[in-house]
Design a protein around this ligand. Structure first.
Ligand SMILES: Cc1ncc(COP(=O)(O)O)c(C=O)c1O
Length: 386
C-alpha cells in the first residue's frame, strides 16, 4: 500500500478540473454548451507575436535549454512595459524574473518565503490557488473578508485588528478576481505601512490590470513598497497568451534571487522562441489594448443583459475579464443556480462559492466567449423566470 503524502490531503482537486468534465459530458453538436465559466481568452495574440514565434522556431540555435532568468531582451521588455504603463522603474537584470505563467510564481514565492506553520493571509473571496498552495506548503491560512457593503475594498481597520506579527505573506490581487474591484491607492499605502510595521511580504497578483481598465496600477509604484512587496504579472489575459504560460515576478533583487533559488530547481527555462514572441507582445503599442478592450466592452454589455435576465445585480465599474454579480432575492446557493442554468439551458457560469465563503450568493460570468455565444445564451434564457 503506497500512501499519498499528508500535504495532498489538505487540498482538493481544482474545481474547474472536475466541473469542466461534467460540462463537457453535457456538450453536443446540436445543442452545444456555452461556457461562460472560465477566464481563458478565446482570441489570438497579435499577428506579429505569432510571426515572431514561427520565424524563430525554424532556426537551429533556439532549441537548447535556456537561462533560468529568461533572455535579457525579455527582461528588458518587461522593464520597459512597467515604465510605460505603471511608471515603475525596474532593473531588468536584477529585479525581474520571467516565470512559466504567474500561477507557478504563487508556489515559488510561498516556497521561498513561508516556513511550515507560518501564517499567510488570503482574500475571501479570492483566487483559490493562494490557499491551495499555502496548504501544500503547510502554512497556516488566515482569511481577510471582502464584502459588498464595503464595495469589496480591503477593510484596513479589520486587518489592523488581526494578529499581524504572525503573518509572513499577504496575498493581494488588484484588480481583484472575482469582484473586479481595483483597490484604492490609499488602501495600498496603508497596507505597505502595515507590512513594514509587522514585517510581512505583500505579493500583488496583477494579471488583470490591462483589461477594461485604464487606470493601470502596480503595488511597486507605492512609496516604500519595494522594501516589502513583490508583484506577479502575466501575458495570459493582457495579450491572449494564457496557454503559452508566460508570466513574471518583479521586485527587489533579494526577493527575486530567493524565488530564483526555488525556480531553478524546478524547471529548466522557457522555450526561446516563446520568449522572443513574448518580447514582441510586450513591445506592442497601446492600440493593442484599445482594440482588445473594444471587444471586451461589447461582450460586457451582453453579459450585463444575461445577468439582468437572471435577476442579478452588479456594479458597472468592474475591471478584468469577468462580471461578478449578486444572486436575485430568493436564491442563496450559487451552485444551485449554476446547475439549473447548466442542465436547463446549457449555459455554464461560475458559482461564487468556489472563491470562498464570501462568494456564496454570487456568480461570475466570463467575457471569454464571442458575441454570438453571448447572444445565443441570451436567446436560450428568454423564458427564464428568476
Ligand atoms: C487572480 C489570478 N491570478 C493568477 C492567475 C494565473 O494566471 P497565469 O495564467 O499567469 O498563470 C489567474 C488565472 O486565472 C488568476 O485569475
Amino acid at each position: 500500500m503506497i500512501n499519498i503524502a499528508d500535504r495532498i490531503k489538505s487540498v482538493e482537486e481544482y474545481y474547474f478540473s472536475k466541473k469542466l468534465q461534467e460540462v463537457r459530458s453535457l456538450d453536443s453538436h446540436d445543442f452545444p454548451i456555452i461556457n461562460l465559466g472560465i477566464g481563458s481568452p478565446d482570441l489570438a495574440p497579435h499577428a506579429s507575436v505569432i510571426q515572431a514565434l514561427n520565424d524563430s522556431a525554424a532556426q537551429d540555435d533556439v532549441h537548447a535549454y535556456q537561462s533560468y532568468r529568461g533572455t535579457a531582451e525579455l527582461r528588458k521588455a518587461i522593464a520597459d512595459y512597467y515604465t510605460r504603463y505603471f511608471h515603475v522603474e525596474l532593473n531588468s537584470d536584477r529585479e525581474i524574473l520571467p516565470l512559466v505563467g504567474s500561477k507557478e510564481g504563487i508556489m515559488h514565492i510561498t516556497q521561498a518565503f513561508v516556513n511550515p506553520g507560518e501564517k499567510v493571509l488570503v482574500p475571501n473571496p479570492g483566487y483559490p490557488t493562494y490557499a491551495a498552495v499555502s496548504n501544500l506548503a503547510q502554512a497556516k491560512i488566515g482569511y481577510y473578508d471582502l464584502k459588498e457593503e464595503n464595495n469589496w475594498q480591503i477593510d484596513i481597520e479589520a486587518i489592523e485588528k488581526m494578529e499581524l506579527d504572525q503573518v509572513k505573506l499577504f496575498w493581494l490581487n488588484s484588480p481583484h478576481m472575482p469582484t473586479g474591484v481595483q483597490y484604492s491607492i490609499a488602501v495600498l499605502q496603508k497596507l505597505v505601512v502595515l507590512a513594514k510595521q509587522h514585517e510581512f511580504l505583500i505579493v500583488n497578483d496583477n494579471p488583470y490590470s490591462m483589461i477594461l481598465n485604464t487606470d493601470y496600477q502596480s503595488i511597486l509604484s507605492i512609496d516604500g513598497a519595494s522594501e516589502v512587496a513583490i508583484e506577479l504579472n502575466s501575458l495570459s489575459k493582457s495579450h491572449n497568451m494564457a496557454g503559452w504560460r508566460i508570466g513574471w515576478c518583479a521586485g527587489k533583487q533579494e526577493f527575486v534571487d530567493a524565488i530564483l533559488k526555488v525556480k531553478s530547481n524546478m524547471d529548466s527555462g522557457m522555450f526561446k522562441p516563446m520568449q522572443l514572441a513574448a518580447t514582441e507582445a510586450l513591445n506592442l503599442g497601446n492600440d493593442w489594448f484599445e482594440s482588445l478592450n473594444k471587444i471586451y466592452h461589447k461582450r460586457r454589455k451582453l453579459a450585463e443583459q444575461i445577468l439582468l435576465k437572471l435577476g442579478c445585480s452588479f456594479s458597472n465599474n468592474q475591471q478584468g475579464l469577468f462580471l461578478w454579480a449578486k444572486l436575485p432575492a430568493g436564491h442563496t446557493s450559487s451552485e444551485e443556480l449554476v446547475d439549473q442554468l447548466l442542465y436547463g439551458y446549457k449555459v455554464f457560469l461560475s458559482p461564487g462559492f468556489i472563491f470562498g465563503t464570501q462568494g456564496q450568493g454570487y456568480i461570475r460570468i466570463s467575457l471569454c466567449a464571442n458575441e454570438n455565444q453571448f447572444k445565443t445564451a441570451l436567446d436560450r434564457l428568454q423564458n427564464y423566470q428568476s
